[in-house]
Design a protein around this ligand. Structure first.
Ligand SMILES: Nc1nc2c(ncn2[C@@H]2O[C@H](COP(=O)(O)OP(=O)(O)OP(=O)(O)O)[C@@H](O)[C@H]2O)c(=O)[nH]1
Ligand SMILES: [Mg+2]
Length: 446
């Protein structure tokens, strides 16, 4: 049973126009009860109509109504979009009126969920819409627009088709062993096919890791001993005096965050408390947080003060971060230098020097230039990537079993699992509860 839902699709607050979306089998008839201008039940689909919304004799607002007759609408249902004035009060009054005449408030993401259930979109396209809304840089925008135009769907189908071909051949072997002109799926036949599919999945998984950074931004922790210039570096990168800078060691005690976009790259910077031995309780907590920031970061900027000799604490930090993607930043290059390290980017945060070099180094380290957004050979979120990873592992199992001489009909189980995992990416084999959980992450009115 589909009921009639409504929600404001534009942000809460004062604006020139607000749009209230209404969807459901009776959406057009119901809005028609409060709209005065023309008979909305008689107008063609995809048309706009001028009139007034009235509560009894009282005019609530002068509006334009966009009418879409299902199934050719965003969510596949009958839809009316009421374009009213953007005042909070006026749009609330219209919403209340809609609730009174039979609509209920939509859940977050409910219009998109309907679009999915009515097969107007698959899951990757629905996610792409959210990604367009939240895109922070050009790469993110372009990739989500491609995904909305089915680039991810096509990618997944290309894998599913290959697995389906194997599964079909195995089934024919099992069900019709007497067919002589069908390919016999033997270990020798299957192994190279599995190797091929696995290799292509590896490429996608590798690209997805890189593109995740491009799309969602790079969590970058600025770490170092007290007083090396971490907060000065944050301020230089953000071009504002966000963090307090003093010559007193231990100035920063909590996380300070800020984001920076340059070219196609977004950095989510975290300035942390200087890491060293401390008996001060507040400072200790700050230091614990710094360690957490290191483990959660995609990238660590290890700041060293080159105007002083490298000491034990610096060395411990270098050891602590040695397995992380990191850039060594030698700060205070305006002062005579006491040491040099390979691949250290020299800057002076105080004099605002060396930022370009640092950003270049970040770009190189993250391999973003390896990603061709238009080729679309990557997945754009963790849900999709985890499912692909799971499919990859199932194929690995299938490969091992096949190599060990396991019966092909048992190997088939793992291939089928991989096939289902890929289907869950586009939503063809996704359980109902998961679908609901997924769409509630969406905005209200979307
Ligand atoms: N000469 C020179 N001094 C700098 C430079 N960058 C920072 N400083 C100075 O170093 C001192 C410490 O700078 P902060 O940015 O507060 O250092 P921090 O690493 O955030 O220190 P904590 O928050 O205490 O851990 C301040 O006096 C800054 O002015 C630089 O490039 N050259
Ligand atoms: Mg600081």
């Amino acid at each position: 049973m589909v009921d009639n839902i409504c929600a404001k699709s534009t942000p809460y607050g004062a604006s020139a126009i607000a749009i209230i979306r209404c969807s459901g089998p009776q959406a057009i008839d119901l809005v028609n009860q409060i709209f005065f201008g023309c008979d909305l039940t008689k107008v063609p689909s995809h048309t706009i109509h001028y009139g007034h919304i009235k509560d009894g004799n009282e005019i609530i607002d002068e509006v334009l109504c966009n009418v879409f007759i299902g199934p050719k609408s965003f969510d596949g249902e009958n839809m009316v979009e009421i374009n009213c004035h953007g005042g909070i009060l006026v749009s609330n009054k219209i919403l209340q009126l809609l609730l009174r005449i039979g609509f209920r408030m939509a859940e977050p993401g409910e219009f998109s969920k309907r679009a999915f259930l009515n097969q107007r979109l698959d899951l990757t396209q629905a996610e792409a819409i959210m990604d367009i809304i939240h895109a922070e840089n050009n790469l993110a925008l372009k990739s989500s627009q491609n995904s909305l135009r089915k680039s991810t769907t096509k990618l997944i189908y290309s894998f599913r088709d290959r697995l389906l071909d194997i599964l079909a051949k195995i089934e024919v072997n099992i069900d019709y062993p007497e067919y002589e002109d069908s390919v016999e799926v033997t270990k020798e036949y299957l192994l190279p096919v599995l190797v091929d599919v696995r290799k292509d999945m590896e490429e996608i998984l590798k690209n997805s890791k890189i593109s995740k950074l491009a799309i969602h931004g790079i969590k970058t922790a600025i770490i170092g001993k007290p007083n090396v210039g971490k907060s000065s570096l944050l301020n230089m990168m953000l071009e504002e005096d966000k963090a307090i800078v003093t010559d007193i060691p231990g100035t920063t005690r909590d996380w300070i965050e800020g984001s920076l976009t340059f070219g196609d790259l977004t950095l989510h910077l975290i300035d942390t408390a200087g890491i060293h031995q401390s008996s001060d309780r507040v400072e200790q907590i700050g230091i614990e947080r710094s360690s957490k920031a290191i483990s959660e970061a995609d990238l660590v900027l290890v700041v060293l003060d080159t105007s002083r000799p490298l000491d034990q604490e610096d060395k411990e930090l270098l050891e602590l971060t040695k397995d992380k993607p990191r850039i060594l930043v030698g700060n205070k290059k305006d002062q005579p230098s006491c040491f040099a390290l390979d691949n250290m980017v020299m800057i002076s945060a105080k004099k605002n020097e060396g930022l370009e070099l640092l950003l270049d180094a970040i770009q190189k380290l993250t391999n973003l230039d390896q990603i061709n957004i238009d080729e679309g050979r990557f997945l754009s979120n963790t849900r999709q990537t985890n499912l692909m990873q799971h499919a990859y592992e199932s194929l690995n199992q299938a490969y091992k079993a096949c190599q060990d001489g396991t019966d092909i009909d048992l190997v088939e189980i793992d291939i089928k699992q991989a096939f289902d995992d890929l289907g869950a990416i586009t939503g063809q084999s996704t359980p109902e509860e998961l679908i609901t959980a997924l769409f509630t992450k969406f905005c209200l009115g979307k």
